[in-house]
Design a protein around this ligand. Structure first.
Ligand code: BGC
Length: 751
């Protein structure tokens, strides 16, 4: 099928109708031109293929299949190969099930721990989220199945998700909320994006030309087609004009009448419509050519994969005294309802129909004793369950409590309103750890919770929502068959009030203001030097790693060059394990607010005891840049940068300094209100101002002596704030030279 040929033969009516789906999950067929209907279905951590009645809230049945770890868990692997293995497996399953596009991955940034869909999203860090997404997308699409990166963009909460507006500044949008999508587009070459329900700064994403055309197509050069989130369309004609291609879901009412009217009335150009139709036709045609007729799926192999991946994702948060791994011969009690009925996925459109999720009790078999401990549907402590649990803990060498957020706490369509575990679980952990101090906690949930009992227990293992095999993977990790290697893709704050979005989540009056700007997650906690429960990038192992020999291939470079960074990592502990080498960049001095450090690369590497490997990274402009609204681009300010190698964002093991020269000069409009301080920050402004300060009557040089110690700094800071208007006139009156000729002009041009 040739999309251009087909387009030429289509009537205006056919084109208008083709911009909406046939039903809940399929595109429209055009029988007379041989265009078939193709199917898409939800993911992203499994296949929610509905053969019967469709819905987008996880209500009606879908096929029985395998549920892999959710995105919250996957990102904690800090491992691109985990994403690739998953992408391939899902791609093969889609081929076998005749699914042309999987609706995922979800790339929204974790702005608040309360977002009900955090389990479907990767990280608070845009670089990590982008790398995870790009790897998943490339692998999925290499199987001939399209990815659909969602929800584009700034859909970082569920409250008022279909009608609210996320209000934020340009720098925050470009530095925090878009780069993951940008990576999925530029590195992963995603075939599709799903526009979010919400508006950005008052314009709904489904009709946001800045987002769908200027940024996606013009800036990023993408030919991906854009699908609406289910029911996100407000005006189809405005949407198509803005760069939207396909409205979903379709159905009998999606005739395209409104588009037709708009074209006939001159409000929508036929060429805009053609462009949208062509993109959807190209997707259909690509699907046909990539179709593997003999595709099949081995679901047992998928289950083994789900177990292995869950093991790669778990984060050992705390392990004092080496309580874990459990030793052979120890008497172990598994306590808590989640040991028998694991929480492994969240609710809503990503919900996978799993015939048999594996619990930790089932996986451990006779090796452990079990006490239910709490009722997962209640907040209240049941004294009988608590007594049994304490008795089990006392009678065993080690107690392992399986705790976490109950199902009702995490769902599409609703945010949490606090960050606590149910009271009965907190009480259980406190009581059991008093009965037996050798207590470990295994946590389930898609987002951080407050941990009031943290100091009472020596070990905490976080499984997040680890997919249907989470019970088996927990047992693998607890008993040491698998060495934990996950690291946190988000900060765990001590309490909700510490989170930077606290005062502006979920907003009011239909609008949420991202007032914290770029200071999301660790960018905020580090800037404020705040204590946290667990920092971004944190994760322990049963072994230990040493970092040596950090080297840079140059000591200075321009922002057009690449910098190679290498470091040696040695497993100097007793067991095989996987290190996650994290590279952060710190701008030593900047004229704009910048985070203390930002993750710019990472690598997971497997090491046998005693083994050393060299890990290398290549950094380019973006690693040093911030988004500069004055030139609407990423911009490097010349100066010194520190390359930091860490095992977490707060465990920096090595650092080295490099000088980076920016090659772009900023436009610097000089007005009469430009201050001396602003001028001095610019190399050309510095020269301009030097003389003026000395001879200005505002310099008050005579007063500094009288004021004594510290007076120079005081005078200097007074001078910095003085605008040219206060200087120029007297200065000009004296000798009539250059200063006013700069006012109103651009001091230097922007290339
Ligand atoms: C969700 C999407 C999902 C779609 C289809 C919407 O409610 O926001 O993530 O892909 O439904 O089920």
């Amino acid at each position: 099928m040739n999309p251009n040929d087909i387009l030429r033969q289509m009537t205006l009516e056919e084109k208008a109708a083709f911009c909406s789906g046939r039903d809940f999950w399929r595109t429209k067929a055009i029988d007379r031109l041989g265009v078939p209907s193709v199917m898409m279905c939800d993911g992203p951590h499994g296949l929610r293929k509905q053969e019967g009645e469709g819905d987008h809230l996880g209500i009606n049945k879908s096929i029985e299949t395998v549920c892999y770890p959710t995105a919250a868990a996957l990102a904690s692997s800090f491992d691109r190969s985990v994403m690739e293995r998953l992408g391939h497996a899902l791609g093969q399953e889609c081929q076998a099930e005749n699914v042309a596009m999987l609706l995922g991955p979800g790339l929204n940034i974790k702005r608040s721990p309360l977002c009900g869909r955090n389990f479907e999203y990767f990280s608070e860090d845009p670089y990590l989220a982008g790398e995870m997404a790009a790897s998943y997308v490339s692998a999925l699409q290499s199987e001939g199945v399209a990815a659909c990166c969602k929800h584009f963009a700034c859909n970082d909460q569920e409250t008022l998700r279909m009608s609210g507006t996320s209000n934020l500044d340009e720098r925050t949008l470009r530095e925090i909320y878009l780069p993951a999508f940008e990576a999925a587009v530029k590195k992963g070459h995603t075939r599709s994006l799903m526009c979010a329900y919400n508006a950005i700064n008052g314009t709904f994403c489904a009709e946001n030309k800045t987002l769908l055309t200027d940024i996606l197509r013009t800036d990023w050069g993408s030919d991906a087609f854009v699908v609406t989130d289910w029911g996100a369309v407000k005006s189809r004609a405005r949407g198509v004009a803005a760069g939207l291609d396909l409205e979903m879901p379709g159905g009998p009412n999606a005739t395209g009448e409104d588009i037709l009217r708009a074209v006939r009335g001159g409000e929508l150009s036929e060429s805009d419509l053609d462009r949208a139709v062509l993109r959807v036709l190209t997707f259909v045609s690509d699907t046909l050519s990539a179709k593997k007729a003999d595709a099949s799926i081995d679901r047992d192999a998928c289950r083994r994969l789900a177990r292995a991946l869950s093991g790669e994702c778990a984060v050992l948060m705390k392990n004092e005294g080496g309580l874990l791994p459990l030793r052979p011969g120890q008497k172990v009690a598994f306590i808590g309802e989640f040991a028998a009925k694991p929480r492994y996925q969240g609710a809503g459109s990503s919900h996978i129909n799993v015939p048999h999720p594996v619990s930790a009790i089932e996986a451990a078999g006779d090796a452990v004793f079990y006490a239910r401990g709490y009722d997962a549907h209640s907040n209240d402590t049941d004294p009988a369950l608590l007594a049994q649990a304490m008795e089990a803990a006392r009678s065993c060498d080690v107690a392992v409590i399986f705790a976490g957020l109950p199902d009702a706490f995490e769902s599409e369509g609703a945010d949490r309103d606090h960050m606590r575990l149910p009271d009965n679980q907190n009480e259980l952990i406190a009581a059991v750890s008093a009965a037996n101090p050798r207590t470990a906690v295994v946590l389930h949930g898609g987002s951080p919770v407050e941990l009031p009992w943290l100091s009472l227990v020596p070990s905490v293992l976080c499984m997040y929502l680890g997919g249907e095999q989470v019970g088996a993977a927990s047992v693998d990790l607890l008993f040491g068959a698998v060495n934990p290697s996950g690291h946190l893709a988000e900060t765990w704050p001590l309490r909700l009030q510490d989170n930077p979005s606290y005062l502006n989540f979920p907003g009011e009056d239909g609008a949420v203001t991202y007032a914290e700007g770029i200071f999301v997650g660790y960018r905020y906690y580090d800037k404020k030097e705040m204590p946290v429960a667990f920092c971004f990038g944190h994760g322990l192992s049963y072994t230990h790693f040493a970092y040596t020999n950090l080297r840079l291939d140059k000591s200075s470079l321009t922002d057009r060059d690449a910098l190679t960074v290498s470091v040696d990592v040695t497993n100097d502990g007793p067991l095989p394990g996987k290190a996650v080498v994290q590279l952060y960049v710190r701008d030593v001095e900047s004229s704009v607010r910048r985070p203390v450090r930002e993750l710019r690369d990472f690598e997971k590497t497997a090491l046998a005891p005693g083994q050393t490997k060299t890990v290398s990274f290549t950094l380019s402009k973006r690693a040093f840049a911030y988004w500069e609204p004055r030139c609407h681009d990423f911009f490097v300010e010349s100066g010194e940068f520190v390359i930091e190698i860490g095992e977490s964002s707060r465990d920096i093991r090595l650092c080295a300094t490099v000088q980076v020269q920016g090659t772009v000069e900023l436009t610097f409009p000089v007005t009469e209100y430009t201050t001396i301080g602003q001028l001095l920050k610019h190399p050309k402004g510095k020269a301009l101002v030097a003389d003026m300060i000395q001879s200005s009557p505002m310099s008050h040089a005579d007063q500094t002596d009288a004021m004594g110690e510290g007076s120079e700094r005081l005078m200097e800071s007074m001078m910095m704030g003085i605008p040219l208007s206060a200087l120029a006139r007297p200065f000009l009156a004296e000798d009539g030279i250059f200063i006013c000729s700069g006012i109103g002009d651009n001091l230097v041009g922007y290339e």
